[in-house]
Design a protein around this ligand. Structure first.
Ligand code: FES
Length: 107
């Protein structure tokens, strides 16, 4: 099964088999706390993640992600966890501005 590894949460890894689910949904099903202020509806950018490898495994940017890219709120290599669906392995990081206060992050 493909895996998503979160580099700065101690390389925590989750496996998934259903590529119809968003990265955020996969995290939630695996009890990983990930910021999602709008509830995963594609209306904020708090679920932002930095994709270090496997970007080609993600679904194409949603209309909201494209809008945020144009507005400069999503930089190169950043995606919204609630908007993209993975088809293969990913290595991601939580951006500094989207870290939750009760989680201990690693380098
Ligand atoms: S949780 Fe708001 S855009 Fe993803």
């Amino acid at each position: 099964m493909p895996r998503i590894t979160i580099q700065n949460i101690s390389n925590k890894t989750v496996e998934f088999k259903d590529s119809s689910k968003s990265v955020l949904k996969i995290f939630q099903e695996n009890f990983i706390d990930w910021m999602h202020a709008c509830g995963g509806k594609g209306r904020c950018t708090s679920c932002k993640m930095q994709v270090l490898s496997g970007a080609e495994q993600l679904s194409a940017p949603s209309a909201f992600e494209q809008k945020m890219q144009k507005a400069g709120r999503l930089q190169e290599g950043e995606r919204l966890a609630c908007q993209c669906k993975p088809a293969g392995p990913l290595l991601v990081r939580v951006p500094d501005q989207n870290k939750l206060p009760h989680i201990t992050y690693t380098d």
